[in-house]
Design a protein around this ligand. Structure first.
Ligand code: GLU
Length: 473
């Protein structure tokens, strides 16, 4: 499956998030597309932490990215590269550019730069430094920035896999600062040096970086390095087509996890945000990997669609291993202060296949299992009390005797028992069904009668009936 890139070697993709404290789902989608493309081509998927903003880049913010990628199942193939730690290497490349005559020291003071900005604005051109063509002998003894000596005319072509051919007029690009006068490397420089050193063949990222691609191309050219293949992904918009914002709800990967979305549902859903394979809505990782091609990503912004996400999540909840769901559900119950015993876990696991069909999230699944965890004797809500007339009590007592004799405690067998009982009583199930449910569930949401009985198990079901029909006191 290995396809060579334009470098004639295997594909290397990367995700390069800045640790800001949360991981945006746009970043998650970018990670997924990079991962899919690397897997599709038999290449590698790498991670670089762009931690040069020292105020925001805390240890905690870095952990959020590691955890987000881990949860999504999109871990990198090699240990993460940290950008800040590579500042020395970035400076080395600046030195090389100076030596090649591709960069120059710019001694403009802050005031001079401000004045040049004013002039440039008035004349409708970009900032130009007088130091571009000055001889080194003229160098004053004061701090300097280093700028790239960009071409003054012609154009820079970005042949983007998603956007098509995008042209930038070189006279619209000023000489990019590579090193600030305090000696710190700039963002565009660091990205190019890191991507080059990491052997990145394909830069797949958000289209807010399209302009940077033109900037970065200048650095590749000046160093004589081959440019990567570019693919700039359209942003994710809210369901109303507006730029994604807080009012559209969750945006951080951690929030989706907390709301009870499964990572495989997220992957399937995020894959559909800007890419697709015909009309296929539901597909496995293996299918996505075999079908994915960066060229098939659409150029228009993708819209977040909660109904679709919920639909997919429900699908994957119905498919998931009950033991795994039991763990997730148990964590939710414990976070809500239920103290779970070992026995509760097996009851949960038994009930999950019976209650999960309607659950859109694991939180909903947890809600749907509350009835099995309730402690006897259950407190019945007034509405349920009202159902328990003398007649109904008598009927439930006879049903209880019948259930006590039932050996096969399974959905089909219990459905047949209940039907048979209703016939023998000469009434419809409606005559006692609601009361039975209430007695078994204490008014909490519960599945159909047989499903509820199976979830609780025989012993607990009969005990809950007993509590109401022949209370101990
Ligand atoms: N650090 C940039 C970001 O978080 C990504 C840079 C890149 O992918 O080149 O948006």
């Amino acid at each position: 499956m290995s396809a060579p890139s334009n470098f004639g070697r295997p594909v290397v993709t990367r995700i390069a998030p800045s640790p800001t404290g949360s991981m945006h789902i746009g970043t998650a989608r970018t990670a997924l597309f990079n991962w899919l493309y690397a897997r599709h081509t038999g290449g590698k998927f790498l991670l670089r932490i762009e931690d040069t903003d020292r105020e925001r880049s805390t240890e905690g913010a870095v952990q959020v990215i590691f955890e987000g990628l881990k949860w999504l199942g999109l871990e990198a193939d090699e240990p993460a590269v940290f950008q800040f730690a590579r500042a020395e290497r970035h400076r080395e490349v600046v030195q090389a550019l100076l030596e090649r005559g591709e960069a120059y020291r710019d001694y403009m003071t802050a005031e001079e730069l401000e004045a040049e900005r004013e002039r440039a604005r008035a004349e409708g051109r970009v900032v130009r430094s007088p130091w571009r063509d000055a001889s080194p002998d003229e160098a004053p003894g004061r701090p300097f920035a280093v700028r790239l000596k960009s071409p003054l005319d012609g154009e820079t072509l970005i042949d983007d896999q998603v956007k098509g051919q995008v042209r930038f007029q070189n006279n619209q690009l000023d000489d990019l600062i590579l090193l600030r006068s305090d000696g710190t490397p700039t963002y565009n420089l660091a990205v190019v040096v890191d991507d080059h050193d990491m052997g990145v063949t394909h830069v797949i990222r958000g289209d807010d970086h399209l302009n940077n691609a033109a900037r970065q191309t200048g650095i590749y050219r000046a160093m004589g390095w081959e440019t990567p293949v570019w693919a700039h992904l359209p942003l994710i918009h809210g369901p109303d087509g507006a730029k994604l914002s807080k009012r559209h709800g969750a945006q951080a990967v951690g929030e989706f996890a907390d709301m009870g979305y499964l990572p495989e549902a997220m992957r399937n859903y995020l894959a559909k945000l800007g890419w697709g394979h015909g009309d296929d809505e539901i597909f496995s990782d293996a299918q996505a990997i075999s079908w994915f091609d960066i060229k098939d990503v659409v150029g228009a912004p993708a819209r977040l669609d909660w109904a679709k996400l919920n639909h997919l999540n429900n699908h994957y909840i119905r498919e998931a291993d009950p033991a795994r769901l039991t763990q997730l559900v148990a964590e939710i119950h414990e976070s809500r202060d239920w103290k779970l015993r070992e026995a509760d876990l097996s009851v949960l696991q038994r009930s999950i296949p019976l209650v999960r069909d309607g659950a859109k999230t694991v939180l909903e699944l947890a809600d749907a299992t509350v009835f099995v965890l309730r402690q006897r004797p259950l407190e019945l809500p007034e509405k349920a009390q009202a159902l328990l007339t003398e007649e109904t009590r008598g009927r439930l007592a006879r049903l209880k005797d019948r259930l006590a004799r039932t050996e096969a405690w399974e959905v089909a067998a219990l459905e047949a028992e209940i039907r048979g009982f209703a016939e023998s009583e000469g009434v419809g199930i409606g005559k006692f069904g609601q009361a039975l449910r209430a007695v078994l569930s204490g008014g909490s949401p519960a599945p159909d009668l047989a499903g509820t009985l199976v979830s609780l198990g025989k012993h607990e079901s009969l005990a809950r009936l007993d509590d109401v029909l022949s209370p101990a006191s």
